[in-house]
Ligand binder design. Structure first.
Ligand SMILES: Nc1nc2c(ncn2[C@@H]2O[C@H](COP(=O)(O)OP(=O)(O)OP(=O)(O)O)[C@@H](O)[C@H]2O)c(=O)[nH]1
Length: 349
């Protein structure tokens, strides 16, 4: 039997254990990440301390050994059956093969048979916090022999540093994802998925500053559902909520990426339109009004149609030059739309 086949047999024989080991490896989200100086430094240090030309930080995946960092040669990954490091995750904390040509598991491997003709391999397993060997820090030489006890001891310590770095990077990633999630929660209205009032006003402030600075147009559209109280009273609050959810979706699907749709309060929504003058915002508002009118909601099996009144305000750099004045103008236009008969758009002062 070829050594490559032997290694493979060994791996499948431990497939249940390997399953847990792989789960531990994948929890670190390190596979296929870009090169990183901190890992390169530890790899080069390992080679230097052990007095050998080659060192790798390898992670043993299901079918491949992915190399996070290497010193002495450039290598991205190897099939699992062709890598010495696949032996390093099979139970022993420390693996040393003083002559790779004399070990049946490694004699036929390409790195032994072909250039650079490796002869010595020494490695320490990288062990996850829950006790699984996920990879190895290894050193290799084209000369036979072994490491001194002192070098071995230092390699073990370096292996711990590599593992600490892997843990640190994973924790940083988790922290970043949590911060992103919290940011999203803090700025999103739970029901509609739109910006909540606080986020909407915060973004508006920023857009006002930008419009002032670049003398660019900026508009705001206030949207208030017509007779929404009656929807709640006739069909229940849950149906009213469904209407708001659908409206939120409609708004999200009908604005440009730079527009900012938000829930201003209750059944009143608002869209901030950067770089949009009054006439453009009025066209947008009219198109939106028609889409809201065309949207079909359901109270049980009964179809339900809702209309909205919309008011548009625009930043004109003169009378209107702050967020409050812009919203006041949009609100006043909305008031006119309501009193003009509802289901309509009113623009400007
Ligand atoms: N279901 C539901 N209803 C809400 C929510 N927020 C506000 N509302 C309701 O929206 C209704 C708004 O009623 P009004 O301000 O009297 O206005 P309207 O009935 O829409 O009438 P006009 O605006 O004058 O056309 C109230 O009944 C609020 O309870 C919500 O999150 N869910």
């Amino acid at each position: 039997m070829l050594a490559e086949e032997k290694v493979h047999t060994l791996i499948t024989a431990h497939s249940q254990a390997d399953h847990f080991r792989l789960a531990a490896l994948h929890r670190y989200h390190i596979l296929d990440t870009p090169a990183c100086e901190d890992f390169s430094f530890l790899t080069e240090l390992a080679a230097k301390i052990c007095g050998v030309p080659y060192a790798f930080i390898s992670l043993v995946d299901a079918e491949r050994v992915w190399i996070k960092s290497c010193a002495g040669m450039q290598l991205g990954e190897l099939p699992r059956g062709q890598s010495y490091c696949s032996l390093a995750v099979q139970g022993e904390a420390y693996t040393e093969i003083p002559d790779l040509t004399r070990d049946a598991r490694t004699a036929q491997m390409p790195l032994t048979l072909e250039a650079p003709h490796m002869r010595m391999y020494s490695s320490v397993a990288l062990t996850s916090s829950d006790g699984h060997a996920i990879g190895a820090l290894c050193v290799m030489d084209t000369k036979t022999g072994g490491l001194t006890p002192e070098q071995r001891g230092t390699l073990v310590k370096l292996g711990r540093q590599v593992m600490a770095l892997i843990e640190l990077r994973a924790n940083e990633k988790t922290l970043e994802a949590t911060v992103r999630e919290l940011e999203l929660l803090a700025t999103t209205d739970e029901l509609t998925g739109l910006h909540n009032r606080r986020s909407l006003l915060h973004r508006l402030k920023f857009e006002v500053a930008r419009a002032r600075r670049f003398r660019s147009p900026l508009s705001a559209v206030m949207i208030d559902l017509d007779h929404f109280k009656k929807v709640n009273d006739d069909h229940g609050h849950a149906v009213g909520d469904q209407v708001l959810i659908q409206l939120g979706r409609l708004l999200r699907e009908n604005v440009r990426v730079i527009d900012i749709p938000g829930r201003y309060g209750g059944e009143e929504l608002c869209v901030i339109l950067p770089n949009t003058p009054l006439d453009g915002a009025c066209k947008f508002a009219e198109a939106l009004r028609q889409k809201i009118e065309a949207q079909v909601h359901y109270a049980g099996a009964r179809p339900l149609r809702i209309t909205a009144s919309l008011g548009v305000g625009a930043f004109d750099h003169m009378d209107i030059n702050d967020a409050d004045a812009l919203l006041q103008q949009a609100d006043a236009a909305l008031y006119r739309a309501k009193h003009g008969g509802r289901n309509r758009v009113e623009c400007g002062a």
